[in-house]
Design a protein around this ligand. Structure first.
Ligand SMILES: [Fe+2]
Ligand SMILES: [Fe+2]
Length: 142
C-alpha cells in the first residue's frame, strides 16, 4: 500500500478488513481441523496462516512505519498515538515469531492456537484504533 493510500480511510479500512477476514478464515479452518483430530492438516493450516500474516499484516506494518507514521512523528499532538501503534506492531510481530517457533518445535497445537487467537484479537483492536484515528483526521480536514 502506497503512502498516500495509508492516509485514506476508505482504502486503508478495506485493506484491513480483507486481510483480517482472510486470516480469520485460515484460523477457523485450522481450528476445525484440530477439532477433527487431523493434526498434520491443522499444522499445515497454521503454517499457511503464519505466512498470510507475514505477507500482509507485518509487511503493511513496516510500510506504515516507513510512510504514514513518519509524518505523525513530527506532530507533537499525535506522536504518542503513533508510538502506541508502533508498540502494537511490535507485539503483533512477537506473536508471529512465537507462533512460528512453537510450530517448528512441535508444541501441542492447542497451545499454538492460542497465539493465533491472540494475534487476531490484537490485530482487530489495532486496526480499529487506526481507522478511528484516520476518521478523526479526515473530519478535522473537512
Ligand atoms: Fe498498523
Ligand atoms: Fe493499517
Amino acid at each position: 500500500m502506497g503512502e498516500l493510500s495509508q492516509r485514506k480511510l476508505d482504502i486503508h479500512r478495506k485493506f484491513h478488513h480483507e486481510t483480517e477476514s482472510k486470516g480469520e478464515e485460515f484460523t477457523m479452518n485450522a481450528k476445525s481441523l484440530l477439532a477433527e483430530s487431523l493434526h498434520e492438516d491443522a499444522r499445515q493450516a497454521l503454517y499457511l496462516l503464519c505466512d498470510h500474516w507475514k505477507m500482509t499484516v507485518l509487511r503493511h506494518a513496516k510500510e506504515e512505519e516507513n510512510g504514514w507514521y513518519q509524518e505523525l512523528a513530527d506532530d507533537e499532538e499525535v506522536r504518542p498515538m503513533m508510538l502506541g501503534f508502533r508498540r502494537d506492531h511490535y507485539l503483533l510481530e512477537r506473536f508471529i515469531t512465537d507462533l512460528d517457533a512453537k510450530l517448528t518445535e512441535g508444541e501441542p497445537l492447542a497451545e499454538v492456537m492460542m497465539y493465533a487467537d491472540g494475534f487476531l484479537k490484537l490485530l482487530h483492536y489495532h486496526n480499529e484504533l487506526e481507522e478511528k484515528f484516520l476518521a478523526q483526521r479526515e473530519e478535522e480536514n473537512l
